[in-house]
Design a binder for this molecule. Structure first.
Ligand SMILES: Nc1nc2c(c(=O)[nH]1)N[C@H]1C(S)=C(S)[C@@H](COP(=O)(O)OP(=O)(O)OC[C@H]3O[C@@H](n4cnc5c(=O)[nH]c(N)nc54)[C@H](O)[C@@H]3O)O[C@H]1N2
Ligand SMILES: Nc1nc2c(c(=O)[nH]1)N[C@H]1C(S)=C(S)[C@@H](COP(=O)(O)OP(=O)(O)OC[C@H]3O[C@@H](n4cnc5c(=O)[nH]c(N)nc54)[C@H](O)[C@@H]3O)O[C@H]1N2
Ligand SMILES: [Mo]
Length: 598
């Protein structure tokens, strides 16, 4: 338990399965991953209320939807392919609502470069209702909309009676919710909230999409369950053109979790894994990302191994993470690109370069392919077509197999080399351990791959009670002292997480600078600041302060009291101990700061 095995979300199903097998044979569930900082709040919230930690829609549902809600997501930049589905939905008559503190360009309109009209620059208007919610105000906004739906009696009573429980207590809590608090916390006028409520009341084919704006909040789990409440009122889960759509980030982050990259593995998974590989997997839950940093900092962890990712830059409180990594006896990274995590190391440090997904992967003369699972639960093959950058590069799978063999010797009883020599053999083992992967090798070779089973999609909810569950969540207090601003850390178009490709933020009209803070003009004026002033940022959390100096303050269309900086430049300000209730996801979208002239 003094060793930590991190994973980012690029690792293939095959490498991920072998990796977690190695770690559990080694004797721990210390498998923190990027999910802990990403959609963990969704993975934690959804099983309790719908019985599965994933979405319930397929791409084809978008064209059948009547109403699409997009909360805390910037698809134009982060999920550009989704815009095609939204555009098609729009043309088929769907109404689209965006809920976001910023008016993100991709949500306002859309140029499809694949279409002549798009090339000529005619944007298809996308959003019918744009609600510039205050940071952290989504739960209040959703409660307001649900008050309207309740008042109109616009309920799918058959669905509620047959497929759900907990409605009475939920309805009471919504009735008790106070309009003044709702308007204050959401920052949205009651008339606009009523427009949203009326749209919800009018539609039953509703799709709800969300991403980091909802998940990286202290009250993320409650907010996501509130969104599920709204969907259940209208019977909008488990029918065509309707359902939940948590939009994921890394290409295989969902698959990695399915493969067992999880510090809190379910018992059935460990049972099946133990049976297939004849051992007793450790049962005790392991460390997630936040706990892993604390363990390194406090000297309780001495080895840090990373399968991809950029742990130093992606995690909260960069200083604390750096101190933790330096405390280790060994740090090792399997990577396709150099990054800052390679520079802040333990006493011994290894960089193990590996093949990328775009490169050809030969094992014993035979060309291999790997597989991944997308946000919609589709498992597909992925095969590189470029010559590898070097003949000496190993695949991730080969590296895991060799590390396992060297660490565990013959005692493990797993034929590591044999498995890594032909990925079909790994897939055969996955098929025997994880439900839904039967005939894996055959089915994944078919064009388009295959869908994993999804019970809520088919209308049954494998929760504790066998029903979808309404839950009641009284509005929390959101901390923000007088003079403070709430800061969210967001992405630009020209970065992929910690890999920054360019200094422009083209859709927000910011050029050649990333150390900026976007603020409401009135908030600038209050502090005697002008657009373009150089400022120092101070984070405040439980009496601790954190500092990030010399940012450029820019006046921007953002609600009062809210501000935005970029990830990863502002990660130094994200407190390690500020995390979502239940999921322990760092609150990267809710950091309380003060701003002063530099
Ligand atoms: N080009 C590019 N694509 C990417 C990535 C990348 O870095 N670059 N990263 C990938 C990964 S790992 C992920 S997880 C996804 C992330 O995809 P997103 O979640 O879209 O990414 P973020 O930039 O973190 O922004 C979230 C959005 O939430 C809004 N927001 C912030 N706080 C709140 C709030 O309290 N309420 C509401 N309603 N909205 C809020 C912000 O204004 C922003 O528009 O993208 C993936 N795709
Ligand atoms: N403040 C703040 N912090 C955040 C976020 C935020 O919005 N705000 N977002 C969080 C989110 S959503 C996420 S997902 C995490 C991301 O956390 P990570 O996944 O740890 O970070 P990345 O920047 O995606 O990792 C990039 C590195 O991965 C390696 N890599 C890329 N592809 C491969 C591959 O195929 N194999 C191997 N072995 N290595 C590869 C490269 O070396 C590259 O430098 O960051 C989180 N941190
Ligand atoms: Mo992510």
């Amino acid at each position: 338990h003094e060793a930590l095995f991190y994973a980012s979300g690029r690792t293939s199903n095959e490498a991920a399965f072998l990796y977690q097998l190695f770690v559990r044979k080694f004797g721990t569930n210390n498998l923190p991953d990027c999910s802990n900082m990403c959609h963990e709040s969704s993975s934690f919230a959804l099983p309790q209320v719908v019985g599965i930690g994933k979405g319930t829609v397929k791409l084809e549902d978008f064209e059948k939807a009547g109403l699409i809600l997009i909360l805390g997501q910037n698809p134009g930049t982060n999920h550009p392919r989704m815009l095609t589905a939204l555009q098609a939905a729009k043309r088929a008559g769907a109404t689209i609502v965006a809920i976001n503190p910023l008016k993100e360009a991709g949500l306002l309109g859309f140029n499809n470069p694949q279409e002549v009209r798009g090339m000529l620059g005619f944007a298809t208007p996308l959003t019918d209702l744009y609600l510039q919610v205050k940071i952290g105000g989504d739960q209040a906004l959703l409660q307001g909309a649900m008050k309207v739906v309740l008042a109109k009696g616009a309920l799918d009573r058959g669905f509620i009676a047959d497929r759900t429980d907990g409605f009475e207590a939920f309805a009471e809590s919504i009735q008790a919710a106070d309009w003044d608090a709702i308007v204050r916390q959401s920052g949205i006028a009651r008339t606009d909230i009523e427009k949203l409520g009326e749209l919800v009341a009018r539609h039953d084919r509703i799709i709800a999409c969300w991403a980091m704006g909802l998940t990286q909040q202290k009250h993320a789990v409650a907010t996501i369950q509130e969104l599920v409440n709204l969907m259940l009122m209208r019977g909008a889960i488990g029918k065509p053109g309707a359902g939940l759509c948590p939009v994921r980030g890394h290409s295989n982050v969902q698959g990695d979790r399915t493969m067992g990259i999880w510090e809190r593995p379910p018992a059935w998974f460990l049972d099946a894994l133990g049976k297939e590989f004849r051992f007793a997997p450790p049962r005790e839950h392991g460390f997630d990302t936040v706990e892993a940093i604390r363990a390194m900092r406090d000297g309780r962890a001495k080895v840090f191994f990373a399968m991809g990712g950029n742990f130093l830059s992606a995690t909260p409180d960069t200083e604390a993470t750096a101190a933790g990594l330096k405390n280790c006896r060994l740090t090792a990274h399997v990577s396709i690109k150099l990054n800052r995590s390679h520079l802040v190391t333990g006493r011994t440090a290894l960089i193990l370069p590996c093949l990328g997904r775009t490169e050809k992967d030969h094992q014993q003369g035979k060309e291999q392919f790997v597989t991944t699972e997308n946000s919609m639960g589709v498992v597909q093959m992925s095969k590189g077509n470029l010559e590898p950058a070097s003949k000496q590069l190993l695949s991730e799978t080969a590296i895991v197999a060799r590390v396992a063999e060297a660490t565990l010797g013959d005692a493990s009883g797993v034929p590591w080399a044999e498995l890594a020599a032909d990925y079909d053999r790994i897939r055969d083992r996955i098929a025997r351990v994880i439900p839904g992967f039967e005939n894996y090798n055959e089915r994944v070779r078919k064009p388009g791959g295959f869908y994993l089973p999804n019970k809520p999609r088919e209308g049954t909810f494998p929760t504790a009670t066998g029903k979808a569950r309404f839950t009641a969540h009284p509005l929390p207090e959101l901390p923000c002292e007088p003079g403070q601003l709430v800061m969210m850390t967001i992405r630009t178009h020209d970065q992929f997480n910690t890999t920054v490709y360019g200094l422009d933020d083209r859709y927000r009209g910011i050029k050649n600078e990333r150390r900026v803070i976007l603020m409401n003009a009135a908030d600038l004026a209050d502090r005697g600041l002008k657009d373009g002033d150089l400022v120092n940022l101070t984070g405040h959390f439980r009496g601790e302060t954190r500092h990030a100096n010399r940012f450029i303050a820019l006046a921007y269309d953002i609600p009062r009291g809210c501000s935005a900086t970029y990830f990863p430049e502002a990660n130094v300000l994200v407190p390690l101990d500020s995390a979502a209730d239940g999921s322990n996801t760092p609150t990267s979208k809710y950091v309380t700061i003060t701003v002063a002239k530099a």
